[in-house]
Write a protein that binds this ligand. Structure first.
Ligand SMILES: [Zn+2]
Length: 635
């Protein structure tokens, strides 16, 4: 294994020398004789497009992406490298960063040398921002000097002594978690920016991690896995996928936590008491192991976990966790509301897992969930004005959103958020050999050069209840276009070149339009939204209002900016009690009436206190209520 790692740099040059980018977010590996070799035993049934082929148009997703892009551009590479250099004994006079990147924080380096690189690489792929690519390359070069000075392949902003503490089971935060972020950041810089040095550094880190884990007995390693370790299994799988070096695939299962995987493989929910964001990345690793080994047990783990968490342990927003954990038996959520519900990282990781399950199946329910989490938990947890990102999204009524600061937060969720908003275009379109899947209704343009085709999606969704797709390109092409008909749609229809089709598909499936498409062809899809209530699984009277895919929130008083920045969540005592709602027993949404101007705003009727409901994602600096206690009134 060690020898393999050392030989890495030279062997990989051809990938980019041949002018072919290994940009695919999932599956590309080293081309041999000019042909990409897929290492997957189980390829995805439907595949995403490389992000550079999709560009976002105007709308809330583009706003979030641009806010993230400005934030990433504001981070000075020299400051990011500071603690890495200090740890490697290289002088640095840069001003240290604060928060979880502060020189005395045990997680330092997770953002600066990890999430930052992933986010820059993804943003480069999605937007072509050359400055970010340059900055990422600068950080990689700096990290290379640090790794060379540390000599063993080890690379981190904290000393290797943390791993002695981990081995001895002494108190230490999460060393492998941080190593995973750095390895993933380097790998992303290789995959999306073509930085060969980044892959070389990642492989040297892998060599170090191999030696560390190899020296431990199975039982000892299982004890080490009691400390949060991110997606170490996933990054080893991905190293195998891009290099074809089998050793990496054999190291990945060292990070299989038996105590967590065994019940999942047996379809038992023993998630109560677990820290959520420690565990979702392990399931992503299982999904990746399934794809690369074909071992069915890994798929069982991933599928059962997803079903259980999404159906029994998630709120109306698609978010999961309370106080970062699953504290209850399945289906018990009514008591799980507070100022620190639904950590943003959990939504990020659950969406990432969802994408794998969708890739295997092409099943619309996965994209229904993806849309739910995207429009209710990911939009609205970045402030589009300044790029500040949230940690918890509070779902107990009467709280408000809090955001990190630019240089003194660097929470885990700042990291996953920085990545999320850099890849909002990566799941809108998927494809098969002769099929195109339109999963999400987001204004965007897709280029598909292999088919000589481009698709322009014009929509004001979710403000607009539908979308228009226009085909452009060289000539006629036979293609099945699959349009997702979401679970929430109330009616709906489709027109091709102005002619209404007599058929439609049922909610929660894909409508397939199979024909020869010509440049200029136009598809108009109408997706009428309606009001509906979503109850807590264990309390019918605890309800959230939704309009189409959107969670509506009651909007209350404005929160001063001073209270909105710097804290991971609002203080418990700052809750303001909100009134209960009274609803007609025969008409659960009759207590709301549409605003005359704003298609996404509603007003309470016949309630004790006036209340206006707007999409949760649109609220930034106002107190809100998502779940209401709803009393019945007989009509
Ligand atoms: Zn987090």
């Amino acid at each position: 294994m060690t020898a393999v790692a050392a030989a890495a740099g030279a062997a990989l040059t051809p990938a980019f020398a041949m002018g072919r980018s290994t940009q695919d977010p999932v599956v590309d590996s080293l081309p041999q004789d000019g042909k990409a070799i897929r290492k997957e035993k189980v390829p995805w049934r439907v595949l995403p497009f490389p992000m550079k082929q999709v560009r976002l148009g105007e709308g809330p997703c583009k706003d979030a992406m641009e806010a993230d892009r400005r934030y990433l551009n504001s981070l000075p590479p020299e400051r990011l490298l500071h603690t890495f250099r200090i740890t490697a004994g290289i002088p640095s006079s840069a001003q240290p960063l604060g928060g979880w990147e502060a020189p005395d924080c045990e997680l330092r380096g997770h953002y600066a040398g990890g999430h930052y690189l992933s986010a820059c690489a993804l943003m480069y792929a999605s937007s072509g921002d050359d400055d970010l690519k340059k900055n990422a390359n600068h950080v990689v070069a700096g990290l290379g000097q640090c790794q060379a000075a540390l000599k063993s392949g080890y690379l981190s902003a904290f000393p290797a002594e943390f791993f002695d503490r981990l081995r001895e089971r002494q108190k230490v935060w999460a060393p492998f978690y941080t190593i995973h972020k750095i390895m993933a950041g380097l790998l992303d810089t290789y995959v999306y920016c073509g930085n060969e040095q980044a892959l070389d550094l990642a492989e040297k880190m892998a060599g170090w991690a191999d030696r560390y884990t190899e020296s431990l007995s199975y039982e000892h390693m299982q004890r080490v896995l009691g400390t949060e370790f991110g997606g170490m299994g996933e990054v080893f799988c991905n190293l195998y996928a891009v290099t074809g070096k089998r050793d990496y695939l054999e190291i990945a299962p060292r990070f299989d936590k038996k105590q967590f995987f065994d019940p999942l493989a047996d379809h038992r929910d023993e998630l109560k008491g677990l820290h959520v964001n420690t565990h979702i990345p392990q399931v992503i690793a299982a999904a990746r192991c399934y794809e690369l080994t074909g071992e069915r047990r890994y798929r069982d783990i991933a599928e059962y976990f997803w079903d259980e968490v999404v159906s029994e342990r998630s709120y109306c927003t698609g978010g999961t966790s309370n106080n970062e954990s699953w504290n209850t038996d399945p289906g018990k959520l009514a008591t799980e509301l507070g100022p620190t519900t639904t950590e943003c990282c959990c939504a990020y990781n659950l969406m990432k897992l969802t994408r794998h399950l969708f890739g295997w199946s092409g099943d619309a329910r996965f994209m229904d969930y993806y849309e739910r989490a995207l429009f209710n938990h990911r939009l609205g947890t970045i402030n589009p004005e300044d790029g500040a990102m949230m940690y918890y999204l509070p779902l107990a009524s009467g709280y408000y959103k809090t955001f990190g600061t630019a240089f003194d937060s660097f929470w885990c969720c700042t990291g996953t958020g920085s990545e999320e908003y850099a890849k909002l275009g990566d799941s809108i379109y998927f494809h098969g050999d002769d099929s195109l899947y339109v999963n999400l209704y987001i204004d965007s343009q897709l280029d598909w050069p292999e088919k000589g085709l481009s698709v322009k999606q014009q929509t004001g969704f979710p403000q607009e209840q539908g979308t228009t797709l226009e085909i452009a390109g060289k000539g006629p092409v036979q293609l099945g276009i699959h349009l997702r008909v979401p679970y929430w749609v109330q009616g709906g229809g489709v027109k091709i070149n102005g002619m209404a089709l007599p058929a439609f598909a049922s909610p929660g499936s894909y409508l397939t339009l199979n024909r020869v498409w010509k440049p200029g062809d136009k598809i108009e899809l109408s997706l009428p939204m309606g009001l509906h209530m979503e109850s807590m699984p264990d309390d019918e009277s605890m309800q959230a209002a939704m309009f189409g895919p959107l969670v509506l929130a009651g909007r209350f008083d404005e929160v001063p900016k001073a209270a909105s920045y710097g804290e991971m969540g609002p203080k418990k005592e700052r809750q303001r009690m909100v009134p209960d709602i009274v609803a007609d027993s025969g008409n659960s949404t009759g207590w709301m009436e549409a605003d005359v101007k704003d298609p996404l705003a509603f007003h309470g009727v016949g309630q004790a206190e006036a209340v206006t409901m707007v999409p949760l994602y649109k609220l930034i600096h106002e107190r809100y209520a998502v779940y209401w206690k709803v009393g019945r009134k007989m009509s």
